[in-house]
Ligand binder design. Structure first.
Ligand code: BGC
Length: 748
């Protein structure tokens, strides 16, 4: 390794950069908030920091089919306890989705009581709308984030944000607990699919565009809503893969992989941040002053408010044993920098925080700080002026435009991983035997946070949407036979599948996972369920070409099947239009153009990433996944050529322009994503073999060539140095696109 001079990109520069495009708080809002705070009692202030679940205000507090509000309980929450926020879907079984009309009614009732409060402070209502308006019946439900990432199409992420906000606003909801800005580098984790995958640059771009679409330049606009970056920070790398278990992330790794997406989300203007529900290096997210205050506020310049995750302040006592009482837990969390507590089922936070302030254990200044942040966001969101649903349902909810956009997103999110001898696309009159547990269900294509929290109530899914089987039946002019169960866990008659195979040209084997969210999705191995493996082994002995299709939120191990299958289509969670999108791909109505946003493991314990370190391929070490990040085939072929840089030597503060030609060399029109990777040849901290720094997706007719240009900024060449500061070190760098590599040097 050569000795180098470090060029430090100062923290100050980063802070300034991150704060420029955040919606600026006007002096009018600042003085309105100051004025309000001056009039507030301590009780009113602490109430603003309290968030409760709908259950607290619902009629019987448990299962209420009409989902009605109990006016006495609502008054207790809003007028007596002054709560600043309410959340979640009404407590019908499993928190089901409500009609758009019901939501408007509920919100109006809540805001009407808030308008009767002494200072008329509106309630901010929060909801998980993670792939569209989850909890509004018949909302447009997009591919989940892992699929949105697979589109490599930031415009689609922007549109998904726009449509989600519009449908939330039509439902009179304001605040979306989305996007997840965690990086998905632990494939066992049952929330992998909520992330934009393993790469920092891809996640940054997709997340930022989602926020920009959702919020616009002014989130008080009638059709815009607030976003919430979650789960800050380091939640997504549990060592054992189970949800809400410890992560061990060094500060260098945190800064390299896990902080940049949050910094980007803040830069894009997200006004709220939800806290990591687990722990990093022994410190629970809700107790981490260094993360919540030193880094988030002082370094990243975040001006909005932080909200705890579900019950997590209490859990500092009940689960983490960090506090000796619930009261101490409240003190630790508030002093660490948590501004609002998702309590969510009682007023304990309110009572305990009041006591703590009265006893002098939590300074009033800290309360004023948190409440100022909360009220500022409420003003910025236009809540003080909007008392009834601002936009009409007609023209804003489940429109044809929304469905068409959703269909495009589903098309662009399904990955063709293998296509031996161009077995795909199939002719419309091909006879296909369809089998496997995921072929005839909508829930397996949508995953968690769909209509219900777990997303597994198939009976509640809209009847008009098509499963893979029904979409194939609709498009086929040949014979489609289905041998499968009605539910995911039904056993499939393998002998019948094998016997039927003889009468068909192809077998579509549809495997994968049933839906899940959070802890219920924990598994201890990525291995496929034995019953699915047995079905696969049997169909592979028939000699018929097998098309393997998979759905689910994680890369379950399919190596032995994929090796023998003629084609492999990775569906992950493509949403409500997934069935049609798969049929369109199988029949060639859509030429596949998705790429993997994660590296697909070959074996259960062989978890690797595309940006591996040199040591991972040294001597006996190998990196040999089933498919790398960025892999994805098309029915046509593309070639990149003439890779060039505009200078071969540059200063560390300069930008460099990379150009490359991309040509459609096959016979179908299609889209290709050109990926630009960079490698720092030698550095004072070991660097990945390559890292994605830019990408562009372009449409090309057969024979057409496009000339693409990319600008790399100093930040794209930087890394977290020995002293934990972001630096660019002089030395050689290599830009890689396709099979070409070009070197340039940073001189000073
Ligand atoms: C999840 C969050 C979610 C919250 C509210 C928690 O269990 O971790 O992602 O926003 O619940 O539903």
């Amino acid at each position: 390794m050569q000795t180098k001079n470090y060029l430090i990109i100062t923290t100050l520069l980063i802070t300034l950069e991150y704060s420029v495009s955040v919606q600026a708080t006007t002096s009018t809002i600042i003085s309105k908030v100051e004025n309000l705070i001056a009039q507030m009692t301590l009780e009113e202030k602490v109430g603003q920091m309290t968030q409760v679940d709908f259950k607290i205000i619902s009629r019987d507090g448990t299962l209420d089919a009409t989902n009605s509000i109990d006016p006495i309980k609502l008054e207790d929450a809003v007028l007596k306890h002054h709560v600043g926020s309410i959340m979640n879907s009404p407590t019908t079984p499993d928190n089901q989705a409500q009609t758009v009309g019901k939501w408007r009614e509920l919100q109006q009732a809540i805001q009407a009581v808030a308008a009767r409060s002494r200072l008329k402070i509106p309630v901010l209502y929060g909801i998980d709308a993670v792939h569209g308006a989850t909890y509004t019946k018949n909302a447009t439900l997009f591919p989940q984030a892992i699929n949105m990432a697979a589109t490599f199409n930031p415009d689609l992420s922007f549109k998904a944000g726009e449509i989600t906000a519009r449908e939330l606003r039509a439902s009179s909801l304001q605040w979306n607990f989305s996007p997840v800005m965690d990086i998905g580098r632990q494939p066992l984790w049952p929330r992998l699919w909520e992330t934009y995958g393993e790469d920092v640059h891809l996640s940054t771009v997709m997340g930022q565009r989602f926020i920009q679409g959702h919020q616009g330049t002014d989130f008080s606009a009638a059709d815009k809503g607030l976003t919430c970056l979650k789960h800050y920070v380091g939640y997504s790398l549990p060592f054992n893969g189970k949800d809400r278990t410890p992560a061990y992330i060094s500060e260098r790794m945190l800064r390299e992989y896990f902080l940049p997406t949050f910094a980007a989300g803040i830069k894009a203007g997200a006004p709220t941040v939800m806290v990591n529900s687990a722990e990093v290096d022994g410190i629970p997210g809700h107790a981490n002053y260094h993360f919540l205050t030193t880094i988030l506020r002082d370094e990243l310049g975040f001006k909005g408010f932080t909200v705890s995750d579900w019950e997590d302040i209490k859990r500092l006592y009940t689960r983490d044993k960090l506090a000796v009482s619930e009261k101490e837990a409240v003190k630790i969390a508030v002093m660490a920098g948590v501004d609002m507590s998702m309590v969510p089922f009682d007023f304990s936070f309110y009572d305990l925080l009041l006591e703590l302030v009265k006893n002098g254990e939590v300074p009033v200044a800290r309360i004023d700080e948190a409440v100022t942040r909360i009220l500022t966001v409420k003003y910025e969101a236009g809540l003080f002026t909007a008392t009834k649903p601002p936009i009409s349902i007609e023209g804003n909810f489940a429109t044809t435009y929304a469905t068409t956009t959703n269909r495009q997103a589903a098309h662009e999110s399904i990955i063709l991983a293998k296509n031996d001898h161009q077995v795909l696309p199939l002719k419309k009159d091909a006879s296909i035997l369809v089998t496997g547990p995921t072929a005839n269900l909508l829930s397996v294509m949508n995953g968690g946070w769909t209509i219900t929290w777990q997303g597994d109530s198939e009976a509640l899914y809209p009847k008009v949407k098509l499963t893979v089987l029904s979409a194939l039946q609709q498009q086929s002019t040949g014979k489609i036979t289905y041998v499968g169960g009605v539910n995911f866990n039904d056993s499939i008659d393998i002998a019948r599948v094998v016997a039927e195979a003889e009468h068909h040209d192809y077998i579509l084997l549809s495997l994968g996972e049933k839906p899940y969210a959070e802890l219920p999705g924990n598994i201890s191995s990525l291995a496929l369920e034995p019953s699915q493996q047995a079905l696969a082994d049997a169909v592979l002995t028939t000699g018929k070409p097998v098309i393997l299709l998979t759905f689910g939120g994680r890369p379950r191990i399919i190596t032995s099947i994929a090796e023998k299958a003629a084609a492999v289509v990775l569906g992950f969670l493509p949403g409500m239009e997934g069935g049609v999108a798969v049929a369109d791909i199988l029949y060639g109505n859509h030429n596949p153009d998705a790429k993997l946003p994660i590296t697909y493991p070959r074996d259960t314990n062989d978890i690797v990433h595309y940006d591996y370190k040199p040591i991972e391929v040294f001597e006996q070490n190998t990196v040999n996944p089933l498919y790398f990040f960025g892999h994805g085939l098309s029915y046509t072929t593309f070639e990149t050529s003439h890779l060039q840089v505009d200078k071969i030597s540059m200063g560390a503060q300069d930008t460099i322009t990379v150009t490359v030609d991309v040509k459609n060399t096959g016979s179908f029109a299609g889209k290709e994503t050109v990926l630009v990777y960079v490698n720092d040849v030698a550095a004072s901290v070991s660097r990945p073999n390559k890292q994605l720094k830019a990408f562009k997706k372009v449409a090309l007719e057969p024979g057409e060539t496009k000339h693409l240009s990319f600008t790399l900024e100093p930040d794209d060449l930087s890394f977290i140095g020995v002293d934990l500061k972001r630096i660019v070190e002089p030395g050689d760098f290599i830009v890689m696109v396709g099979n070409e590599r070009v070197k340039f040097t940073v001189t000073r």
